[in-house]
Design a binder for this molecule. Structure first.
Ligand code: XIL
Length: 545
């Protein structure tokens, strides 16, 4: 090679390296409380609601000699707040890092990082958004680390950031919601747009590889569908079915009786409609993520609601949703996770107040009420571990067989398929699908992901190339079997993956706080993983069988 060319190449390569390390990031907030001041942090409370207090203390600290103590809290939302910017710019991305500590209350506690925005029209009420929640362990400092992207809203003006506990209505606040907490080393950095990874676009479309067998869907959050985000580009390119990871759940949809909060779910649904995707709803009924009011007596919140009143509430909830989205949402998880982890149906002891108050007929009723409003919607009963747990599988079989015999309109069994690198086997999944199909219902894969971990006791490990290859093999083998099952008409025409990029997966910090996972098809930099190529063009991955 000509020496000059070599020199130019060396120059370019080193230039690129230097450039990569010299992005123009801007520090917006950087407080370590070492100077003894609050550094711009202030309490959120108002005098009428009682004021929480902030002080710089020296006995507890993450680094240096001091930290910020937040105390005298009486509401979940009591915590420290700080101005981030007066000039909100859509698409700006801030990296967020803060360390949190608490020593009272539960062994692990949830903390939420949220933002408040004002508007150019100063008379408009401020908007509040919970960006993300973290689990922290009692007695240990935990890092709250995330990114916050300013949404596309030309009417917004200023942004404040704050830390709080997960929201509860004032009358539901418990002693554990009022604990003191400490913060230290809080840093917000506005990232230079040049440093932001760009979604990999010059690759084949995932859905096209499978469109002869089924559409491929994806679970999203409201921020995923922000059209200015890289994530939204991956969504529109690769997936043809959309479902919400949380925004369609009862606590999100009907936080207060009769006051439906459609905005987050609608944002997702409109994005789907705008981009030509088919729509699912998850779920109409499940035992978790319910608002507290639904199981409480209206006159006396400390007493359980009566059976009649709860039936009415359930019917209203289901029918209000199905009526609103009739002809738009094609497929509903009517009931999610109704089966026990031990035997039979999930009852009060395992957290199902629906079963406790209404008895097992709540399941049949829910399906009938949904069908009454939308005769054409596909109605699904959804659960997990049906492939790996033969007892649970048989119980789902018995349940659905009974429903069919009673004329209950159930169209499909949903297999969540939150699986891992080892289990269940392809054979077990195939047998499960064939078993349910023998009842005359279809099977839908509703929430697939492939975790790097087989149990909660496994310690955090690096995601190696070998593990990524194993994962690609799993996706490839399972999808090959699904193609075969689709040909046999055992499957519905949708297979849904529970998320787009690894960093937004629900498997991060769950079931083990602090343990990150990598169960999806795209990595946190919006790049395709071997698992993606396993589904689209296996010849691109060395070592795939
Ligand atoms: C999960 C969401 O992905 C998380 O963001 C949330 O914190 C908890 O719920 N099975 C289900 C889904 O049916 O509703 C769950 O979704 C994942 C497991």
């Amino acid at each position: 090679m000509n020496k000059n060319i070599l020199l130019i190449m060396v120059f370019l390569a080193s230039g690129a390296l230097v450039y990569a390390q010299n992005y123009n990031h801007v520090t917006a907030i950087d407080t370590n409380f070492e100077d003894g001041t609050l550094g711009g942090w202030a309490p959120r409370g108002s005098p009428e609601k009682g004021l929480e207090k902030l002080e710089v203390v020296k006995d507890i600290k993450h680094s240096g000699t001091s930290s910020l103590r937040v105390f005298n809290r009486s509401m979940t939302w009591h915590g420290p707040i700080h101005k981030l910017t007066d000039n909100a710019v859509a698409g700006d991305v801030y990296s967020v890092s803060a360390w949190i500590y608490f020593r009272d209350g539960p062994a692990t506690g949830a903390f939420t990082f949220s933002v408040e925005r004002s508007f150019k029209d100063a008379s408009k009420e401020h908007a509040y958004q919970n960006v993300t929640s973290f689990q922290a362990k009692k007695g240990e400092w935990t890092e709250l680390k995330t990114e916050y992207t300013v949404g596309a809203d030309p009417t917004q003006a200023g942004i404040w950031v704050y830390f709080e506990l997960p929201y509860k209505e004032d009358n539901l606040v418990q002693p554990n919601d009022k604990i003191d907490f400490w913060l230290d080393d809080i840093k917000f950095v506005k990232l230079d747009p040049a440093s932001r990874p760009k979604a990999e676009m010059n690759i084949p479309d995932l859905y096209k590889a499978w469109e002869k067998s089924f559409d491929i869907g994806v679970a999203v959050s409201r921020s995923d569908v922000d059209v200015s985000s890289q994530n939204s580009q991956l969504l529109t390119k690769h997936f043809t079915v959309l479902v919400a990871g949380n925004e369609q759940k009862m606590d999100a949809i009907q936080p207060t009786e009769g006051k439906f909060n459609w905005e987050p779910a609608d944002t997702i649904i409109s994005f789907g409609e705008m981009t030509g995707m088919r729509l699912r709803w998850h779920p109409l009924v499940q035992h978790t993520q319910n608002p507290a009011w639904v199981f409480q007596d209206k006159a006396n919140a400390s007493r359980p609601v009566s059976k009649d009143a709860l039936n009415q509430r359930l019917k209203t909830h289901i029918q209000t949703i199905v009526r609103r989205y009739k002809g738009r949402v094609e497929s509903y998880d009517v009931i999610n996770e109704a089966l026990s982890e031990r035997s039979g149906l999930r009852t009060g002891g395992e957290g199902s107040k629906w079963h406790e108050i209404l008895g097992p007929e709540y399941i049949d009723n829910a399906f009938r009420w949904a069908r009454e409003v939308d005769p054409r919607a596909q109605l699904v009963i959804n659960d997990f571990n049906l492939e790996s747990d033969s007892r649970k599988r048989q119980e789902m079989f018995n349940l659905v067989r009974g429903m069919k015999q009673r004329g209950v309109p159930v169209d499909a069994v949903g297999l969540q398929m939150h699986i891992d690198l080892k289990s269940p086997s392809v054979q077990e999944i195939r047998e499960t699908i064939e078993l349910f199909a023998s009842l005359g219902v279809k099977v839908m894969i509703t929430e697939m992901d492939v975790s790097m971990y087989s149990s909660a006791s496994e310690a955090k490990k690096p995601v190696t190339d070998a593990l990524l290859l194993e994962q690609a093999q799993r996706y490839k083998d399972i999808f090959a079997m699904l193609r075969d099952q689709a040909q046999k008409k055992n499957l519905t025409d949708m297979v849904v993956i529970w998320g787009t990029t690894d960093n937004t997966s629900w498997k991060n910090d769950f079931p083990v706080p602090g343990r990150t996972d990598a169960p999806l098809l795209f990595d946190s930099r919006f790049q395709s993983k071997p698992a993606f190529w396993g589904l689209v063009d296996p010849s691109k991955v060395r070592g795939l069988r």
